[in-house]
Write a protein that binds this ligand. Sequence first.
Ligand SMILES: [Mn+2]
Length: 363
Amino acid sequence: MPELKDVHKNRLDRFRQRMEEAGAEAVIILKPENRAYLSGFEGSAGMLLITKNQALLLVDFRYLEQAKNQAPHFEIIQYRQPLSETLRRVFQELNLEMVGFEQDYVTWEQYEIWTTRLGDLVEFIPLPDLTQKLRMVKGAEELKAIMEAVAIADSAFLDILPLIRPGFQERELAVELEYAMRRRGAQAMAFETIVASGPRSSLPHGAPTERVLQAGDLVIIDFGAKCQGYCSDCTRTVSIGPPTPKQREIYDLVQRAQDAALKAISPGVPASRVDAVARQIINEQGYGETFGHSLGHGVGRVVHEEPTLINRDQTILQPGMVVTVEPGVYLPGWGGVRIEDLVVVTTSGCEVLTHCIKGLSIT
Ligand SMILES: [Mn+2]
């Protein structure tokens, strides 16, 4: 495995190439996931300023020592409020005339402050997120972190399996699952755990409530751990007690759609194609309208990133991309089923990373 320092140098090189293609001479990076990806700095506040030849990390007093340790190939600059005074000095020293920024992250207010205080010196140029495209293909060190997060979540689910029975609340289940993930080493949750039972399981993103599980329920549990900055994502649907024929029918349909999508994932295939494969199977059984979300999404430093497995995403899959495959069927008043696994695209297909126990009748 390459040294972390080289990893970040390489990322910076590739970013500069993108920056040049976009016609920018300097770019400010503020999105925490992009900041960490390019520099290695994991703090919660700070700004990167990247030019053709310079890489600066501006932080306040709280993060000075951490920045020096985590981003050795960046020049660390400590700022005091207002940041604009430090920026003025830096822009002047570097002789900058135009500075790009992440247009989907910087607020209108922030932009107004910059242009009011520094508009006489530089022009601020809105740019699409250049870093996110680089982040789609994961390196060995990133895959390792994702697999660690997956392993933590997988075993945490096994820990709480005995609690998925009549008498337990959705909220209690979610709390126990989150505690199990933390106890097993998760630095945080990848997102807020979803537990939706009985008729509530038709809510694709049902936040856990005080509803008590009952025999005959379907329960959707969607959960993920975060480890070394990287997320996992997994959904299981289980029945409390023996499933009804209809529960079995819908579950098997969703599982067939997922199996077909997993087989369709291969380098060179557009993301949209994988969604179409799963959707066709659900459409054929007349449930097309009840599968109202995309088939899957990229996962990395954030739980929803590019590419998206959806009809409008023409991204060509490449080895190293990590995506979820999560078809679902939701019938208001009755309940729902979603089955989600996390996969990495390989040179010949894909490898399923989640090994979490699976099946409608596992409780
Ligand atoms: Mn997901």
